[in-house]
Write a protein that binds this ligand. Sequence first.
Ligand code: UFG
Length: 327
Amino acid sequence: MQTVLVTGGAGYIGSHACKVLKAAGFTPVTFDNLNTGWEEAVKFGPFFKGDLMNRADVDAAFAQYRPVAVLHFAALSLVGESMKDPGKYWRVNVMGALNLIEGALVAGCRNFVFSSTCATYGDQDGVLLDENSVQKPINSYGASKRAIEDMLVNFGESHGLNHVIFRYFNVAGSDPDGEVGEQHVPETHLIPLMLDAVAGKRPALTIFGSDYPTRDGTCVRDYVHVMDLVQAHVLGLQWLLEGKGNRVFNLGTGTGFTVREVIEASRTVTNREVPIIEGARRAGDATALVSGSARAIEELGWEPVHSTLRQMIGDAWGWAQGSGYSK
Ligand code: UFG
């Protein structure tokens, strides 16, 4: 079996990735500092507790496991925090990625799959965003991810680092088997917050702005099921191992839903009302982010089969009714 190093493998997306990597015949080694991840989520391969800011940890992991590729999920990802403390985002995300890239190259590992974001595009007012859209991030989180994309291009040209860059739209849902799921502290994402309000764990869901120039005044997002998203990573990894070269792919479905449409779908899934408060806009939110998603489908052969609102909310609801991770 081929071994792959999964940074952030104890986190939401990384843990789901480990599950599908194992199912595809790889051995996923989780590299994680457990800053925001959960040791209980590491179920599908070995765990190496380490910090990307510490180059010695990175070198030790490569020496111990000799991976054929790296899947780099580990990062800080709170937009609001990135605006309050940009230094933290530049230091942790960019320096962490640099240590990882240099560590990989020294160890002779030349295949790198990187988690980037639609936040690198910024706010382009309802335009369908494809991989050639101009990148104009409006927050430090997006800027730090774009910097890492640039870094990969440079290391690709100078040192032959093969890379696939995935720009995620809004990742949602959980493993339908309930082995792993979405658990963030603090939680900032719409669907888990909405379901907490449905379950009475929070008093209400606050809608961040009802005066956007959209069909019902609330923001439009392109939601993609986490199982579909991580399946694309298996395809991206195989793409690199087959020597197909460097490529950027958006991961979204091409369909946008407003916040109110998500709330409405939740009623049909849970048969319960969502208590809501109509609040002010949240700083840094784009009006609409929808992916032109043809490239991943056509070139990678990606098939997003789980990404209906009904399944994303249903799987998140299933996970929310369990006990979650405790440590
Ligand atoms: N929203 C609410 N109320 C809430 C939470 C969210 O109305 O309590 C709204 C937001 O304003 C937004 C939509 O629901 O319109 C989705 O918000 P999320 O926080 O779930 O997701 P974002 O679109 O803000 O963020 C996601 C990723 C980020 C990434 C960003 C790119 O989580 O990592 O997309 O813009 F940077």
